[in-house]
Design a protein around this ligand. Structure first.
Ligand code: SIN
Length: 294
C-alpha cells in the first residue's frame, strides 16, 4: 500500500500559502469556481499510480474538495483508496457495508426519515480528533436533485473584519454529536448510542498542511462558544453560521452515478440538499482520521 504523507509546509516560506501554478503531470484539473472545488480527470481510482496519489493530495490542499467522474471502485478498492491518505474511522454505531466496517452507507429514499448531512457540517467535528477528510462515492442518484454544497472556511475566515478576527482569537467552542445523531440510524435497524461524542475545539483552527487559518464552527455540531455569556455565544454563532453560508465561498456539485467527492474536513463545510423526495440516492463514504485541532 502506497501511503501518502501529508506535505509539511511548516518552516517553509510558503507556510501561509499553498504553492500553486506548478503544473500537474499525472492528472487533469478543471476548477469549479476560483474559490473552491475542482474536477480531476485522467485517473482510475481503482488503481491509482503513486504519482497520481501525490498530485491528488496536492489538488486537495489547493482546492479543498476534489471530484472524479465515472469511477468503478469495488468496496475494497474504495477502502484502499481512502487508506492511502491515512487510517480510516471504523463505524461501530453507524450503518456500514457488510464486511467493510469503514464503508459508511449513505442512503436516502422514501423510507428514510431524514437525509444524512442535511445541515452544514464538517464530518465528526464533535470528535476529539475530527476526521481529516471524507471520500464519498455515489452509486445511485436521482436524475436531478441531491446535489452537495461545499464551503471554503479559509475564505469565510479571511472575509471577517480584523476586529472580529481579533475577538475570535483564542476562543473555543463545544461541539456535541447528540442532537444531530440521535435517531439517525434507526432506518437501518440500529440502536442509538448511549452517549455521543463531544469535544471542545478552537473557533479558528490552523490547517496542519497549509498553515492557513480556517473558521471551525458549524450549525450541526457546534453548540456554544465557551467563556462568554450564553446569549452572546448564540448571537455570535448565528452570525458566523450565516456568514460562512455566503454563496461567494461555495461550490455545488451535481452527482451522476459513480461520481466521487473527496473533501478536507479541516477547512470546509458541506451540506446535502434533500430536494428529491421519492427519488433514491445511495453511496458509500470512507472517513480518514485526523488530528486534534489547534
Ligand atoms: C455527508 O455528509 O457525508 C453526506 C454528503 C452527501 O450525501 O452529499
Amino acid at each position: 500500500m502506497h501511503q501518502i504523507t501529508e506535505p509539511s509546509l511548516a518552516g517553509s516560506p510558503y507556510k501561509h500559502a499553498v504553492p500553486v501554478e506548478e503544473p500537474y503531470r499525472h492528472i487533469t484539473i478543471d476548477k469549479l469556481t476560483p474559490i473552491i472545488g475542482a474536477e480531476i480527470g485522467g485517473v482510475d481510482l481503482a488503481q491509482p499510480a503513486p504519482e497520481q496519489l501525490q498530485e491528488i493530495h496536492r489538488a486537495l490542499a489547493e482546492n479543498l474538495v476534489v471530484f472524479f467522474r465515472d469511477q468503478h471502485m469495488t468496496k475494497q478498492q474504495h477502502t484502499d483508496f481512502g487508506r492511502h491518505f491515512g487510517e480510516l474511522h471504523l463505524l461501530p454505531a453507524a450503518p456500514s457495508e457488510p464486511g467493510h466496517p469503514a464503508l459508511l452507507i449513505v442512503r436516502a429514499d422514501r423510507e428514510t426519515p431524514r437525509t444524512n448531512g442535511e445541515s452544514w457540517h464538517s464530518d465528526g467535528s464533535c470528535d476529539p480528533e475530527p476526521p481529516m477528510g471524507s471520500i464519498l462515492c455515489i452509486h445511485e442518484c436521482p436524475p436531478v436533485g441531491g446535489d452537495t454544497l461545499f464551503v471554503n472556511m479559509y475564505a469565510a475566515y479571511e472575509a471577517l473584519s480584523e476586529r472580529m478576527k481579533t475577538y475570535l482569537d483564542g476562543l473555543t467552542a463545544l461541539h456535541d454529536g447528540e442532537q444531530h445523531c440521535r435517531g439517525i440510524v434507526a432506518f437501518a435497524g440500529m440502536q442509538d448510542r448511549i452517549c455521543y461524542p463531544r469535544a471542545v475545539h478552537p473557533v479558528v483552527r490552523t490547517h496542519p498542511v497549509t498553515g492557513r487559518k480556517a473558521l471551525f464552527v458549524n450549525e450541526t455540531f457546534t453548540r456554544r462558544i465557551l467563556d462568554i455569556p450564553a446569549d452572546e455565544s448564540a448571537g455570535l454563532l448565528a452570525y458566523l453560521f450565516q456568514h460562512s453560508a455566503h454563496p461567494m465561498f461555495q461550490c455545488r456539485f451535481r452527482w451522476k452515478p459513480n461520481s466521487v467527492a473527496f473533501w478536507d474536513n479541516r477547512c470546509t463545510l458541506h451540506r446535502a440538499i434533500s430536494d428529491y423526495w421519492l427519488g433514491r440516492r445511495y453511496g458509500n463514504r470512507v472517513t480518514i482520521m485526523g488530528d486534534r485541532p489547534y
